[in-house]
Design a protein. Structure first.
Length: 510
């Protein structure tokens, strides 16, 4: 699904109002009712609600939520911040409606003298500022939000935490409402998907308020989320009359002494992702390890460090890279000078896209001229530190992503920038935020598994972009499945591989 800017979302609100014949208050009522429904399904009437409202439309949402909860038998106190500016018309309508209720308990906030909060059984709802905010909080608002953050109560933000902007990340000194949950309308905001802003949003819940689907579909945006529907649209059913040659052969150049685990993980992941055959290009001392752990793999011995070396005492032959539908290089190979020479040779011969990860990226950073000779649509899979070594530092994750998008377009590459919401940045200038995965996957070997999954998909005829998109989605979904039978703390990389089958079933269309 596309990610729209705050300005585009406002335009979508206006278009929805005009196209459906409703008024702006009706849309506000719809949004508030979705929030009240979410709350009533999860929180019982033993809680005390403190709903903090500003003078704009986000405050109007809060006033309507307070009225709806009171009408449903909840105990609510509404704090209204008095400001020099006038209220929006819809905010004023909802304030008057709330004032008519005998059960309404309204406090007007004029200065930093706030009513007491019994935090133990209290839910604080933030409806101060919505996505239209374009500057940091200051004055009474900053003091109030800091006070609310200091409470031990559960905190819920309506649409977006106050102080957080939709299309940029906050500065370290900005005051932002620190939500446990954010009830966001219709779409994700980009700031939720970056660590600097996402930490304030908590768990994000997207509520459908009926904004015009055609407007959202036709809106111009280079950003989108990669979700289950997207993954299903990419996934292909296997031909029942196919043979192993139909699904391609992967060449996986991986491993060195002490790092053969990376090779076994990436090779196994490629096989588990449907590759017809995987050839592991490994050093001689790793031969017994790989062939005993993965009997399904074919091994090509290429020396101890210099992967193209023919001096090992195990039979070896010259390898033709044109024989392979996918070539992945990097998991655990190290940065020995002879390994760098090997990668340089591969790059000089390759005409089809490559997949580079881990130490292959570190060697690429040491040899930046290779970037210009990389086959178009090759896939790079850096984590943020590797990205910095490749392209230099940036101020924040927003800037780093924009650099990734720029470099992908400039170099004709696919850059998979790994993180909590891994992004796939394509040569045509688009960015896809993956919505699967969890913090338990921040463990050694997880990236090696991802490399194998992408390579396995690419070998079967998926385009490089499709292989990256579907591979990242399935990798994250397999990690989410692993949590269901374990915990984030207990996940190891092989658990991700063990759940790939179920991940594939989740996107299969029968």
């Amino acid at each position: 699904m596309k990610i729209l800017s705050a300005q585009q979302i406002r335009a979508c609100d206006e278009f929805t109002i005009k196209s459906t014949g409703i008024n702006s208050w009706d849309l506000m009522e719809r949004a508030a009712s979705r929030c009240a429904e979410w709350i009533s399904k999860r929180l019982n009437r033993s809680y005390q609600f403190v709903i903090v409202c500003g003078s704009g439309n986000n405050g109007g949402d809060g006033l309507a939520i307070s009225r709806m909860l009171l009408e449903s038998g909840y105990s609510c106190t509404t704090w209204i911040v008095q400001s020099n500016g006038s209220r929006t018309p819809d905010n004023d309508i909802n304030l008057k409606a709330l004032e008519k209720l005998d059960s309404a308990n309204i406090h007007y906030i004029n200065e930093a003298d706030f009513p007491l909060i019994d935090s133990e059984q209290t839910i604080i709802i933030d409806a101060l500022f919505g996505s239209g905010l374009n500057r940091p909080l200051e004055g009474i608002y900053a003091i109030l939000v800091s006070h609310l953050n200091a409470q031990s109560a559960t905190r819920i933000a309506i649409d977006i935490p106050s102080g957080l902007q939709a299309d940029s990340c906050p500065a370290p000194t900005d005051v932002v409402f620190n939500a446990d949950h954010t009830l966001s309308f219709q779409l994700h905001k980009r700031s939720f998907l970056h660590p600097e802003g996402g930490i304030f949003a908590g768990e994000v819940h997207i509520l459908d308020i009926g904004l015009d689907a055609n407007f959202m579909q036709n809106a111009a945006s280079v950003y989108a989320t990669l979700d289950a529907n997207f993954a299903k649209s990419i996934h292909r059913l296997r031909d029942p009359f196919a043979h192993k040659g139909t699904f391609g052969t992967v060449l996986m150049a991986a491993g060195q002494r002490g790092m053969m685990g990376a090779a076994t993980l990436s090779v196994t992941a490629a096989l588990r992702s449907g590759a017809g055959k995987v050839v592991a290009m490994i050093p001689n001392h790793g031969l017994d390890i790989v062939q005993s752990v993965i009997p399904e793999a074919t091994c090509f011995v290429a020396g101890v460090n210099h992967l193209s070396d023919q001096s090992s005492n195990t039979d070896s032959k010259t390898i033709d890279i044109g024989e392979f539908e996918a070539i992945a290089i990097g998991p655990g190979i190290g940065t020995h000078p002879e390994t760098a020479e090997f990668i340089g040779q591969i790059l000089s011969q390759a005409t089809d896209p490559l997949i580079l990860d881990a130490d292959a990226l570190n060697l690429l950073a040491e040899n930046p001229e290779w970037l210009n000779s990389m086959p178009k649509n090759s896939i790079l899979t850096p984590h943020p530190g590797e990205f910095i070594r490749l392209f230099g530092p940036t101020t924040n994750s927003f800037d780093q992503l924009e650099m990734a998008r720029k470099k992908a377009k400039e170099l004709g590459l696919i850059i998979v920038l790994k993180g909590h919401y891994t992004t796939i940045n394509t040569p045509d200038g688009y960015t896809f935020y993956n919505m699967t995965g969890n913090a338990g996957m921040a463990t050694g070997g997880s990236g090696d598994v991802l490399t194998g999954v992408i390579a396995g998909l690419h070998s079967q005829g998926y385009t490089p972009t499709e292989a990256a998109q579907l591979g990242v989605y399935l990798h994250g979904y397999a990690g989410d499945l692993a949590v269901q039978t374990g915990s984030q703390e207990s996940i190891i990389a092989s658990d991700i591989i063990a759940n790939l089958g179920a991940a594939f079933r989740s996107v299969t269309r029968y």
